[in-house]
Design a protein around this ligand. Structure first.
Ligand code: AMP
Length: 202
């Protein structure tokens, strides 16, 4: 299935049509490979959390190539100018996706980590608050932004990143993640935004 995707882009580019997310259900075989690779680590980093360890995906070069292709494929004809990725695991997928899309890469980081002037956005966690920052000169006016992370859980981080991008004058074209934890309903936090996950769990 995956090998047919480049043909689909070429056809869309020729016809100058926009790919929609419904054109991109992840091939079943890729979902199976990803779900076999991602490892559940109970009670990390604190009791009650089942941490989704993506390092086995990183250590399999063919799988890593295929998930990076899958994560950028729905947005390949969307004229993305900037890939904005969330510290730190989002960077691992965001950089190769930016290269594939011919887009700039922009890091979003936890407060105090970025060296230049930064804008901050706070968001609620289950217990307490957190915040993320972006350099104020990272996005040009009218930037067409794809937001990237490894895991979409409650959607709080991705929604805060959308607000941060929009406050800087960027337009959020979509959100792309390796996996979405369906039971936490992160997609609801993102409203009508185009959100793609290689693997959606129930
Ligand atoms: P959320 O804001 O709840 O959608 O959480 C998403 C952010 O937290 C992403 O940057 C993820 O890397 C991280 N995250 C949340 N839950 C998990 C989990 N169960 N396993 C691994 N990372 C997670």
């Amino acid at each position: 299935m995956l090998r047919h995707w480049p043909r689909l882009y070429r056809r869309c580019l020729r016809r100058r049509t926009e790919l929609t997310l419904s054109d991109f259900s992840t091939p079943r075989s890729l979902v199976e490979r990803v779900s076999r690779a991602i490892r559940d680590v109970p009670d990390f980093p604190k009791p009650g959390i089942i941490f989704k360890d993506i390092t086995p995906v990183l250590s399999d070069p063919i799988l890593l190539r295929d998930v990076v292709r899958a994560m950028q494929a729905p947005f390949a004809t969307s004229d993305i100018s900037h890939v904005v990725a969330v510290e730190s695991r989002g960077f691992l997928f965001g950089v190769p996706m930016a290269l594939a899309l011919g887009a700039a890469f922009v890091p979003v980081r936890k407060p105090g980590k970025l060296p230049w002037r930064s804008a901050r956005e706070s968001y609620a966690l289950e217990y307490g608050n957190d915040a993320i920052e972006i350099h104020t000169d990272a996005l040009s006016a009218g930037a067409r932004v794809l937001i990237v992370d490894d895991v979409l859980a409650t959607g709080g981080t991705a929604a805060a990143t959308c607000r941060l991008v929009e406050r800087q004058g960027g337009q959020v074209i979509g959100v792309s993640v390796l996996m979405a934890l369906g039971f936490l309903r992160g997609r609801d936090a993102l409203g009508a935004r185009r959100t793609y996950a290689v693997w959606d769990t129930d």
